[in-house]
Ligand binder design. Structure first.
Ligand code: J2J
Length: 540
């Protein structure tokens, strides 16, 4: 079985090829070229050590051989759940060189999310770590036991009854596969619009295109040291330009276990990091911490901020506090990525989220009936282009909702475009809470709340938060006896959801407000409850 293709209509394929956007380059292929051109160049810095391009290249080949030896066949899917450690790259490139499609889980994901990824991707393997940030991932692997064969689970570190990832890195390279650039390279995760996260099939040629252009737009060179501070499995630190864009430019990646100033600042000093990307709450924290830190941050030239709305007042504080160049990034794992450019005036860097990577990115702003809005007005952003998917992986129902008939992706974001062509993100039409860059699909959490015997009905609504932008509040109509807020929060954790999905607040109502006659949609209900919260608690 070979990897599936993601299908663009033939006239678009021809256009993107003719424009030179799409080439024959593949992800493991370009990395091999860099390793051949400059084998001793530093690729990954971690914990004071350095791996060269040749080191990572060799380890990737070994992992590929080890996976083939373990019985994996090209076309199969394998879930990768790794923190910011160097093995992330040998696992990823190794899986691709074995012909497998990685599925990138975040370290924060727990049993519910993992089961869903394994299920939806029909994954047959899992690569994880023994422990990270106080959590034992072997326990999670055991919980997945029903759906995954333990002989196809690989653990970095102490592997217990599972197989050791070190064994894979020591295997003999064999039966390597050269993927075709038109094939799907991996499945990335969506922030989720309704219900559970969707799987996003990205091809080699569309992703390599974003890496090449992102590296150019962000000014990367062989001298670049990119700090991977956010979880590197996420699309932003992976590709905008992220770790892979840095490899594309022949630069070095330095890894921090967390984006907090305590963890990241000493690493910036040690590895002389030149660029990194963080979410707005972290950027604010960095700006505050910079004045007091003993660490030398002078190597840092560019601080990228993205993943959630960055208030202009906060954005304005970044450059003076950190003596860096602020770059706003508005992107999505489905494709479209916008950057403020390095030579944009301060006003643009502070007040906008930038403009698309490509001249072939099509932007359409529409009202609720999908009619174009007037220039300068806010509208729901629809987009299509050379690296935006035309369909999610195997999900016909979602695809009908998420894409227009002529192939535009409905982003769920409310956006306006300035006269000079920069986008400003104002909010959302989709049912997702953006908790400081972490996306909470509200319906998923509501379903788990309603599974509790003490819950008659529940909605999850966003509440403004000065630090996170938004946090979540569960509004619950209880049964008798009513559960406590603590019990409900614990319930969500015990159901096996990522911690960022646990409601920050819980509020009880005797009944939901009436939203009129007839069938009430959950969205109307959330809107009605939101109004009620803001009128009862005007300060949020
Ligand atoms: C407001 N909302 C933003 C921003 C993303 C680069 C950067 C970010 C992501 C990402 C990414 C925002 N201001 N600057 O994949 O390559 C919200 C929007 C968007 C959703 C996508 C990348 N930047 N957002 O965040 O797939 O609502 O990707 O549709 O996780 O985050 O989330 P995700």
């Amino acid at each position: 079985m070979t990897a599936p293709r993601q299908v663009w209509p033939p006239e678009f394929e021809a256009r993107y090829e003719a424009a030179g956007h799409w080439t024959e380059e593949t992800l493991p292929g370009f990395f091999r070229e860099r390793a051949e051109a400059a084998p001793e160049a530093p690729a990954v810095r971690f914990g004071g050590g350095t791996l060269s391009y040749a080191d990572v290249d060799r380890a990737s080949d070994a992992v590929a051989g080890g996976l083939r030896g373990a019985g994996f066949r090209p076309g199969e899917r394998i879930v990768l759940q790794l923190p910011n450690i160097p093995q992330f790259f040998s696992a990823m490139f190794g899986a691709m060189r074995a012909g497998l499609l990685p599925v990138y889980a975040l370290p924060a994901h727990r049993r519910q999310e993992l089961e869903h990824f394994v299920d939806a991707a029909e994954a047959t393997g899992y690569i994880t770590v023994d422990r990270h940030a106080g959590f034992d991932y072997r326990g999670l692997a055991r919980e997945l036991g029903g759906s995954l064969d333990p002989s196809r689970v690989f653990v970095v570190g102490e592997s217990d009854e599972f197989r050791s990832f070190a064994e894979l890195e020591g295997a003999t390279a064999r039966d390597l596969v050269e993927p075709d650039a038109a094939e799907v390279a991996f499945l990335q995760l969506s922030g989720g619009s309704t219900g559970l996260s969707k799987l996003i099939p990205r091809t080699h040629r569309d992703y390599v295109y974003t890496l090449r252009e992102s590296a150019r737009i962000c000014g990367l060179t062989t001298k670049t040291v990119y700090l991977g501070a956010l979880p590197i499995a996420h699309n932003f630190p992976m590709s905008s330009p992220g770790t892979l864009g840095t490899f594309y430019a022949g630069g070095a990646v330095s890894l921090s276990p967390s984006p907090s100033p305590d963890a990241a600042f000493p690493i910036i000093e040690r590895d002389r990091a030149t660029i990194t990307g963080v979410v707005p709450p972290m950027a604010i924290m960095w700006a505050r911490a910079a004045g007091k830190t003993p660490h030398d941050l002078s190597s840092l030239e560019v601080l990228q901020v993205g993943g959630a709305r960055f208030a202009p007042e906060a954005a304005r504080r970044i450059e003076p506090a950190l003596d860096v160049h602020l770059q706003q990034v508005y992107g999505m794992a489905e494709g479209l990525v916008n950057y403020t450019r390095l030579d944009d005036p301060l006003d643009v860097r502070v007040n906008t989220q930038g403009r698309p990577i490509s001249d072939d990115d099509e932007i359409r702003l529409v009202d609720a009936e999908e009619r174009p809005v007037a220039p300068g007005e806010q509208g729901h952003l629809l987009t299509r282009g050379p690296y935006t998917i035309r369909a999610y992986h195997a999900d016909a129902e979602t695809n009908r909702r998420a894409f227009t008939e002529d192939g535009f992706y409905r982003t769920g974001d409310l956006v306006s475009v300035t006269e000079d062509g920069n986008l400003i993100v104002h909010g959302r039409v989709s049912d997702v809470i953006n908790r400081g860059g972490e996306k909470i699909p509200v319906e998923e959490v509501e379903n788990h709340l309603m599974a509790h015997a003490g819950v008659h009905d529940a909605v999850l609504v966003p509440v403004p938060d000065p630090y996170l932008g938004e946090k979540s509040c569960a509004v619950v109509v209880p049964e008798d006896p009513a559960p406590t807020a603590l019990e409900l929060r614990r319930w969500i954790r015990e159901r096996g959801l990522a911690a960022f999905k646990i409601p920050d607040d819980v509020m009880f109502l005797d009944a939901f407000p009436s939203t009129g006659v007839g069938k009430v949609s959950r969205r109307d209900l959330r809107a009605a409850v939101r109004v009620r919260i803001s009128s009862e608690a005007p300060n949020g």
